[in-house]
Design a protein around this ligand. Structure first.
Ligand code: TGC
Ligand code: FAD
Length: 376
């Protein structure tokens, strides 16, 4: 396994065993599905089952904790960012808010089924006119007895077409302080796939139409801070996952250039090619160390949202550069699905955009560094 600075020496024996076990499960059950799922533009049911079986739904809420969650996301994204997205949304954007903000009854009803993958969930914050600025969302929730009726249009909900439950963020009044989270069951919303995607094709992306459907309030979720807390959990997993995608691209490029001969010798013997590999190797090594550090901070309850922005932004940008360099080193073969770099490269364009775009995280860091807020 690629690990230039022996970040694994910072893991316990149990953590290493979990990583190895997940890596085996990914090699056996996710990697063989990845290229075909991308080409067909479908999230295979077999991948959902495999994710559930390896314990990738909600690992931060039971045994494995933050380090285990991170290690699992790194391994899963070695296969495909779409598979990691399915696990991220289920774990951090559906199970986590039910765990953090739900009633005992809601937890008992949903968490075991979600963990076993018997039910999938989705997270509906983004709308056609509200992306980076979620405070501007317009979906409304109006009280109707003990429940609420929701009206609005959500877009880009991962897992949305097959979700048994959606976590929907809506306003009960005029401003962002009135944002609340709702559990909305299948049948109370309409979902339709988003056509024409050239990225994250192995992921189910949906539009959700809410036309007076019934939602159950998540009692503990108040204001914009609530969905942003969920995003912190997911962004943490993405910071880990992106390193897996980069490692897959590195391995593919290295294997290719030691075999492929031009000008009478392997491509890997040319200094320009070695420079590219050395850069990827170095970047991956630093990112792996940073992952272990953010996991330890998270275990201690010390990880700040700014540190999460730091890692999500840097690791996704690094992975995108690595994927682009790997694609280039494979020449024409690099544009085919016979090799993973083009798939990772196209997927990582989404990963750069969702969960806070690269530039949104730049501005979060800029605000932290200067004390000056670019958003308001
Ligand atoms: P502001 O209005 O000042 O703050 C509102 C409240 O939120 C608190 N807060 C946070 N809390 C926890 N974690 C964070 N990261 C937080 N960021 C802000 C803040 O303290 C405040 O609390 P309170 O108690 O004072 O009311 O908002 P802001 O200026 O801090 O935030 C602006 C900005 C642009 C950073 C934020 O709106 C943002 O992050 N926008 C990006 C939106 C985004 O990431 N959407 C993602 C949608 S879900 C998705 O993409 C899933 S992809 C899934 C997959 O497939 O993996
Ligand atoms: P915009 O906000 O319109 O941004 C467009 C460009 O403008 C970006 O480059 C951005 O960085 C830049 N920009 C925006 N504001 C500023 C500023 N203040 N200063 C400088 N530049 C700025 N959402 C969900 O709710 N749930 C999901 O499960 C989910 N899954 C997704 C899956 C996929 C495949 C994709 C592609 C998206 C998903 N999203 C999901 C939506 C995602 O979170 C949004 O796309 C993202 O937040 C950006 O919003 P936007 O696309 O509207 O872009």
């Amino acid at each position: 396994l690629l690990d230039p600075l022996q970040s694994q020496s910072l893991l316990s024996a149990e953590e290493r065993a979990l990583r190895d076990e997940t890596a085996r499960a990914v090699d056996e059950s996710l990697l063989p599905l990845a290229a075909d799922a991308f080409e067909k533009g479908e999230m295979p049911e077999a991948a959902v089952k495999a994710l559930a079986k390896m314990g990738a739904f909600g690992p931060s809420l039971h045994g494995p904790g933050p380090m285990g969650y991170g290690l699992m996301m790194q391994e899963v994204e070695r296969a495909d960012s779409g598979f990691r997205s399915c696990a991220s949304v289920q774990s951090s954007l559906v199970m986590w808010p039910i765990h953090a903000f739900g009633s005992d009854e809601q937890k008992a009803r949903w968490l075991p089924a979600l963990r076993r993958g018997e039910a999938l969930g989705c997270f509906a914050l983004t709308e056609p006119e509200s992306g980076s600025d979620p405070a501007s969302l317009t979906t409304r929730a109006v009280k109707d007895g003990a429940r609420y009726r929701l009206t609005g249009h959500k877009r880009w909900s991962t897992n949305g077409n097959r979700a048994a439950v959606a976590i929907v963020w809506a306003k009960t009044g005029e401003d962002a302080k009135s944002i609340r989270g709702f559990l909305v069951e299948r049948g109370q919303f309409q979902a339709r796939p988003i056509p024409g995607k050239m990225s994250l094709r192995a992921s189910d992306s949906a539009e959700l139409i809410l036309d007076g459907g019934i939602g159950e309030l998540l009692p503990g979720a108040t204001g914009l801070g609530a969905p942003l807390k969920c995003l912190n959990e997911a962004r943490y997993g993405i910071a880990w996952g992106a390193v897996g995608a980069a490692a897959a691209c590195f391995a593919s490029a290295r294997d290719y250039v030691v075999e492929r001969k031009q000008f009478g010798k392997p491509l890997g013997s040319f200094q320009l090619v070695q420079d590219k590999l050395a850069q990827m190797y170095t970047d991956i090594g630093f990112a792996q160390l940073a992952c272990v550090q953010i996991a330890r901070l998270k275990e201690q309850g010390q990880l700040t949202p700014v540190q999460v922005s730091f890692a999500k932004r840097a690791h996704v940008a690094m992975a995108l550069e690595a994927a682009r360099a790997a694609r280039d080193m494979l020449g024409a073969n690099g544009i085919t699905l016979a090799y993973p770099p083009i798939r990772h490269l196209l997927n990582l364009e989404t990963v750069k955009t969702y969960e806070g775009t690269h530039d949104v995280h730049t501005l979060v860091l800029g605000r932290h560094i200067t004390g000056l807020d670019a958003f308001s």
